[in-house]
Design a binder for this molecule. Structure first.
Ligand code: PMP
Length: 360
């Protein structure tokens, strides 16, 4: 088997044991003579898969009955629209921007505000290397919701403490869901595309407090309407059945690892290894305020960007793949989600040191 260390930002590496299990089960799932991909989402067999996945996600994140857990499609990007359509409700929506993804989210919200659904207020705007100090935040009174992105996948800027605001907090957890414990009760809505820290693309998790389910605009498409999806167990239309099943396998794997608490310890160690290597050299750099450095996505630059191409070619040969930074920021980026092992991060650090010794 030739599986490389895959530092892709998403779709991203999945645990090998999960893929092996899916492979074993693919043709003849649970002795049923067909793949789980080939059965009706309305069948009792599939509903059991769906319910188990939800129960395990609830267990992993400590999600109470006050919250609906939805398994939707359209990616996190569709939620940029679904959120204002469901929650703006004639009020003002507060948005904090700290990088590329929260900027995209506010742009979509502004589109609906322009159509008369409410107002959008920019609370503060970060420059992609830091989070504006709370003293600079311009919060509105009685906001319909406060939106932010706890982990900016492209810029590698993470907000570790949940903001203290009066409005329901809506958070884009796409690149940090299940990476560290969070108190779900602090949030009105948590959403995440599955293709990073969970598994396959095509599935979007939405965890929404049930008292927020009755605020949708009449313009909200039926499949984007949280209440309608909740009333129909996320099966208003055909869900992404295989992605849902695979995510369920990842939840079981995560429970076997000791849950989010245990994986968080490992995630912190992995990130520390990389940042130490970056900070300990003049050859590599990361310009994010250390207090807000992401433990999931680690962007870094080489002192001489003329060496970028060679760095990427050589680490590919070493079995370390997909380290090219996003075009918006350039340089390199190592995405070290739950499925990346400490050994893989150690191999990357060893490669970086060796490359520096040869070219620094
Ligand atoms: N938000 C964040 C933080 C992301 O990292 C991404 C994907 N890279 C998105 C939103 C968009 O997700 P999707 O492609 O699932 O729409």
């Amino acid at each position: 088997m030739n599986r490389f260390a895959n530092f892709c930002a998403g779709p991203a590496a999945m645990p090998t044991v999960v893929l092996e299990r899916a492979q074993r089960e693919l043709l003849d799932w649970q002795g049923k003579g067909s793949s789980v991909m080939e059965i009706s989402h309305r069948s009792a067999d599939y509903i059991e898969v769906a319910e188990r996945a939800e129960a395990n996600l609830r267990k992993l994140m400590g999600i109470s009955d006050d919250y609906a857990v939805l398994f939707l499609q359209g990616g996190a990007a569709l939620q940029f629209s679904a959120i204002p359509l469901n929650l703006m409700n004639g009020g003002t929506a507060d948005y904090l921007t700290t990088g590329a993804w929260s900027q995209k989210a506010i742009k979509e919200a502004e589109r609906y505000a322009a159509l008369g659904l409410g107002k959008v207020n920019l609370v503060a705007a970060g420059d992609g290397t830091d989070v504006p100090d709370v003293s600079e935040w311009q919060l509105s009174d009685n906001a319909a919701y406060f939106h932010y992105c706890p982990n900016e996948t492209i810029h590698g800027v993470q907000i570790f403490d949940t903001p203290k605001v009066n409005a329901p907090i809506v958070a884009d957890f796409s690149s940090c869901i299940l990476s560290e414990p969070v108190n779900v009760n602090d949030f009105g809505l948590i959403y995440a595309g599955a293709q990073k820290n969970i598994g396959p693309a095509g599935l979007t998790i939405v965890i929404v407090r049930k008292d927020l389910l009755d605020r949708a605009s009449a313009f909200c498409p039926n499949v984007m309407n949280y209440k309608n999806q909740f009333d129909n167990d996320s099966m208003l239309n055909t869900p992404a059945t295989f992605a849902w099943y695979l995510s369920g396998l990842v939840f079981e794997w995560l429970l076997e690892q000791g849950g989010v608490e245990a994986i968080a310890v490992q995630n912190r160690k992995k990130a520390a290894m990389l940042y130490e290597a970056i900070d300990g050299s003049d050859f590599y750099s990361n310009n994010v305020n250390p207090k807000h450095r992401s433990i999931m996505n680690v962007p870094f630059r080489l002192a001489d960007d003329g060496l970028d191409k060679l760095f990427l070619e050589e680490n590919k040969k070493a079995g370390l793949l997909n380290l090219k930074g996003h075009r918006v920021v350039g340089g390199m980026r190592a995405s070290i989600y739950n499925a990346i092992t400490p050994e893989q991060v150690a191999a990357l650090v060893a490669f970086m040191k060796e490359f520096e010794a040869r070219h620094g």
